[in-house]
Design a protein around this ligand. Structure first.
Ligand code: CU
Length: 192
């Protein structure tokens, strides 16, 4: 008898490893001035000359390198959950001269729960998954036969069953060629 379990539905993006994005303080500019990153990434501001600082623009800055200084510095800030969206920042000395920048933080799709995926057997080796994309995008559907999922796909013994492009809202995905063993399935939202 075949046992098909929808076990884990992850909510991280492809390349789930945190990235460091470097912004250089150059003259009276941040270079690049506007960057888009994934939640969990770090922005590293590097200053070699001049009297500057880095300060998010709000009454209580979410990130701030410290008071303006003439000393070189490297300032790291990790944009971890729940931070997302647009952050304006400035050099407090030179904001009026246009020394400003933005960081846009893209958050991963919300998690699906196993209850949000329905199964319908079409044949002994075919099943249709009925699910709802938490946000528009491309989805990879992975399965593992041994039930282990400590290492997220694409590594860790996962098999890519299907790639579904440009999903908006409800989705039906037919999976064919299942073998007679226990499957766990992951539907992974990939920002591509
Ligand atoms: Cu400055």
């Amino acid at each position: 008898m075949k046992l098909f379990l929808v076990c884990v539905l992850l909510c991280f993006t492809c390349g789930a490893f945190a990235t460091i994005h470097t912004v250089t303080l150059s003259g009276l500019s941040f270079v690049p001035a506007n960057i888009t990153i994934q939640q969990g990434d770090t922005v590293r501001w590097v200053k070699t000359g001049g009297v500057h600082n880095v300060s998010e623009v709000s009454a209580v800055p979410i990130f701030r390198s410290g008071n303006p200084t003439g000393s070189p510095f490297t300032y790291d800030f990790a944009f971890n959950a729940p931070l997302e969206g647009l952050y304006n920042y400035q050099c407090e000395v030179h904001a009026a001269s246009g020394m400003v920048g933005t960081v846009t933080v893209e958050a991963p799709a919300p998690c699906l729960t196993p209850e949000q995926v329905a199964l319908k057997w079409e044949a002994d080796d075919q099943v249709t998954l009925y699910w709802q994309a938490p946000q528009d995008g491309n989805y990879d559907i992975y399965a593992t036969a041994d039930g282990t999922h400590d290492v997220p796909p694409p590594g860790g013994g996962w098999t890519l069953l299907s790639t579904v492009a440009a999903v908006t809202g409800p989705a039906e995905t037919l999976i064919t060629g299942l073998v007679d063993q226990q499957f766990f399935v992951i539907i992974q939202n990939c920002r591509r």
